[in-house]
Design a protein. Structure first.
Length: 585
């Protein structure tokens, strides 16, 4: 199912009403029978500005146009709301579910509490941890093969909120007392082989219950190697075995690495990154993939500088951008570099390298300008190619953006992908397209060539849009969105311009455009955020996702849908791009 959410980056609000309200009282959110774990909920809707709107007998605040978005606390269970305006009435139920696991009745384990819950493979002697929720004040252990590990009761748990909590400034850890939580670890599993399912045991008052876990435990052989080769064009590497873990530099197609562990649908590679099995294939290998690196090759092609690293095998790599630097790290690699060529280059001032530890070589490119304009990585056989984007050739004059190509992505865009929905049911996908077209016209007036990912209602996944942008290789990419909040947010008092960036090369642009719009338009500031959004992750160009206001804020919604303000926003945003480009030269 495609994203039909208010906020471009989170599963915050699934509002699907596609039409504007014509009736005297209209509720845009929440939908009937909405379920949440939040402690509160906002009710977004509209009614004619004459008269009052009451929710559960309480008169609520409304904007001049009659829109509303008050928040109400939620109790565990079903919460009933009755909305009234004149002789119109709407009833809705919201169910708040507890996020706390239920302790078992009597002796036993809580449902779905045994961990690990997926097949797991580790190297001999590596730490493996187990956990369970079981009857309080019991004795709990787990047996794997011939090894028994005692699970100790945990007196308190530190809960970290979801990442989206940072968007509503509610991301503080919560320390709570618990009963029935047990954890334990062992590093005594050293014999290679599949040890099968762990057997959990809980005992109390002379009674014992055993239960098989869901994930088999395997200990890998230190002398028999499995080699993974990346088959995806850009394999998604992560810090751990789930999509919740942070992304690392994507691994170019052809990368080879020894498998040192697995968990569920992920495998761990020897340099530390985790990748989905489906993005790799297993290839024969009697030794772990490794390489030396000697002389490098350098060339210039239109718009790019390319550095070639001849290797014996396609090794894992990471990229780190700094201020006026880019560091490329090659893993499982030993430096024998004595000579490389680097002419007077449009981008690179000089290159230097070091080997900080065995098997890891770092090449650092020092740039002539603080602003970086994009990079690409690929393997040609076993030769790694790093491409560095040249600055745009700005011609200035009456058309200050002449010579630049700018991509505009109008967020969302189909009957199934509405984006956020305003109090009267007006969808984000419509206003993003209107403003994106206005912005296109303003940028073209200033000399830019503009590429649009969509110019009508189109069914595009975020990755479809990213592929289009990366194929076009623009000098800048702007993804236009409007905002919403998770249920726990404050829809009335949260407003303003927000910017989201991922690669450091886009940070300056995001901060500049945020400040420029806030100051020139007199709009509130929502803030500048680093976030792993698909439309911000493209590294071929500085890419920024813009959240230009909150669809769910009753007052800001009126500004968002005002045609004259839309024109002013587009013109001001285009001016901001011009000013930033001038400052980045």
């Amino acid at each position: 199912m495609k994203k039909i959410l208010g906020l471009a980056l989170v599963g915050a609000i699934a509002i699907v009403s596609p039409v504007r309200a014509e009736q005297s009282l209209f509720l845009s959110y929440p939908r009937p029978n909405h379920t949440t774990t939040s402690r509160k909920i906002f009710l977004i809707g509209t009614a004619p500005p004459t008269g009052d709107v009451f929710i559960n007998g309480q008169k609520i605040e409304r904007s001049p146009a009659g829109h509303f978005a008050p928040s109400f606390p939620l109790e565990i269970g079903v919460n009933e709301f009755t909305l009234r305006h004149g002789d119109r009435e709407i009833k809705i139920s919201v169910t708040r579910k507890s996020s706390e696991p239920k302790l078992p009745q009597g002796l036993g384990f809580a449902e779905d509490s045994l961990q690990p819950a997926a097949n797991l493979a580790r190297m001999p002697g590596e730490l493996i941890c187990f956990s369970a929720i079981a009857s309080a004040n019991a004795s709990v252990s787990v047996r794997v093969g011939s090894q028994t590990t005692i699970l100790m009761p945990q007196e308190e748990i530190v809960d970290l909120p979801m990442n989206i909590a940072a968007l509503i400034d509610q991301n503080m850890p919560l320390v709570r007392k618990v009963a029935g939580h047990y954890k334990g670890c062992t590093n005594a599993l050293t014999t290679p082989g599949n040890l099968g399912l762990p057997e959990f045991q809980v005992s109390k008052n002379g009674q014992t219950i055993t239960q098989k876990g869901l994930g088999q435990i395997e200990i890998l052989s230190p002398s028999q190697f499995e080699i993974a080769e990346v088959t995806a064009e850009a394999g998604v590497a992560r810090t751990g075995p789930s999509t919740e873990h942070t992304r690392l530099t994507p691994l170019p197609k052809g990368t080879r690495s020894r498998i040192t562990g697995s968990e569920g649908e992920f495998v761990r590679l020897d340099y530390g990154g985790w990748i989905k099995k489906e993005e790799t294939k297993t290839v024969p290998g009697s030794i772990p993939p490794s390489s030396i690196v000697r002389s490098l090759r350098y060339s210039q092609v239109p718009l790019w500088t390319e550095i070639f690293f001849p290797l014996q095998v396609a090794v894992p790599v990471t990229v780190k951008q700094g201020e006026k630097t880019l560091t490329l790290t090659l893993y499982n690699t030993t430096a024998e570099t004595h000579t490389f060529r680097l002419d007077d280059d449009p981008v690179v001032n000089r290159m230097e390298f070091e080997q900080p530890e065995p098997g890891r070589v770092e090449y650092t490119f020092n740039f002539k300008s603080e602003q970086q304009w994009g990079y690409k990585l690929r393997y040609e056989g076993t030769t790694l190619v790093l491409s560095l984007r040249h600055p745009p050739d700005i011609r200035g004059g009456a058309q200050p953006l002449a010579g630049m190509k700018i991509a505009i992505d109008a967020g969302h865009g189909s009957s199934e992908d509405l984006g956020a929905v305003g109090p009267n049911g007006y969808p984000e996908k419509d206003v993003t397209l209107i403003v994106s077209k206005l912005l296109r016209d303003e940028l073209e007036k200033r000399g830019a060539t503009v590429f649009m990912t969509r110019e009508a209602e189109e069914d595009l996944w975020p990755l479809d849009r990213v592929e289009m942008i990366e194929k076009e290789e623009p000098n800048l990419a702007l993804s236009v969105h409007y905002n919403a909040l998770p249920d726990a947010g404050d829809a009335i008092n949260t407003a303003g311009i927000g910017m989201f960036w991922y690669h450091p090369q886009a940070h300056s642009l995001s901060v500049f455009l945020h400040n420029y719009l806030v100051q020139r338009l007199g709009r509130p500031s929502y803030g500048v955020f680093w976030n792993s959004l698909a439309l911000a992750r493209s590294h071929v160009t500085p890419s920024v996702l813009l959240e230009l206001g909150f669809m769910i804020n009753p007052y800001e919604f009126e500004w968002i849908t005002n045609e004259e303000e839309q024109k002013k926003l587009a013109a001001t945003l285009a001016d901001g791009v011009v000013e930033w480009v001038r400052s980045a030269q």
